[in-house]
Design a protein around this ligand. Sequence first.
Ligand SMILES: Cc1ncc(COP(=O)(O)O)c(C=O)c1O
Length: 361
Amino acid sequence: MNVDFPLRQTDRATSPADRAKILSDPGFGRYFTDHMASARWTPDAGWHDHRVAALRPYSLHPGTAVLHYAQEIFEGLKAYRHADGSVWLFRPELNARRFRDSARRLALPDLDEHAFLASVEAVVRADEPWVPDHGGEESLYLRPYMFASEAFLGMRPAEEVVYAVIASPAGPYFASGVIGVTLWISTVYTRAAVGGTGPAKCGGNYAGSLAAQIEAREHGCDQVMYLDGAEVRWLEESGTMNVFLVTADGELVTPMLGTILEGVTRASVLELATDHGLRAIERQIGLDELRDGCRSGGITEAFAVGTAAVITPIVGFKGDGYEFAVGDNRPGKTTLAVREHILDIQYGRVPDKRGWLRRVV
Ligand SMILES: Cc1ncc(COP(=O)(O)O)c(C=O)c1O
């Protein structure tokens, strides 16, 4: 089904001078572009009122369902400027599919893949000058989301829903060279249970992770490494990233799907493994195996992957009463090579052999 998000241009666009100032140091999630896409849903009318118009605040009734029951989902993807000025998305079809899966888990209406892609592309086209120039590791971060907008108190799926896409310029994640992180292995908090919302990208998962993030910081760590909720023994994922291990005998191992988020970067790294002489394996990884492997040298590198940071080297782990380094406590060679490989594809510096890029402008 072809869906159009017609543009109603804002008459209050940010001036070119102000935009240039923002783009000189955008940070992450601090500034927003001039337009947003939106559509509304009710059971009778289905999806309607598709548009791209000026970014504007909502006026919400205090009884709006999402404020009470967190019936909400979101996505995150980026638009990249290539050397010739063109602008591209990286595997947005996977975000569209994950968004639909998240919607089903949160009892929100399906949004067709074409509508998802059309809305994202319409925002990129409307705010094209906000896509940072080619040359650094900058991009335009896109945030599609959907929430229960009906005002009522009670436990049932909302019958009024809003879908929207906003955009925010993103600076390089590692402004002064790629640095490694240390992860806190929490045994106090877990992220997901079998049958729960772990594989969905819903706001509630992230609200629940904030206390664990504080715990990690209190122990001098950058992020959390979650273990499974049943046995508190198997590696799951980090706060907003999937996790990989490189072994001395050439395996690239990552926790299997089930209660974790099916990352777009994770899927891509698995596919690129053979280009780096590695055998990709998805399976359960025990905390004991991680600890013993890092101590014996059987595990040589570890890294975390996600849209925001691309690939972050993990140089150490800490838990209650113990800590251990990965390799020589510095970002590993394979980690940096895979990172460069993905960035080269995203920024069009190597041929897109797998057809992962989708041109917008
Ligand atoms: C919990 C969690 N795991 C993994 C990821 C990585 O997913 P992706 O590579 O699609 O950004 C994210 C980021 O979206 C996340 O929030």
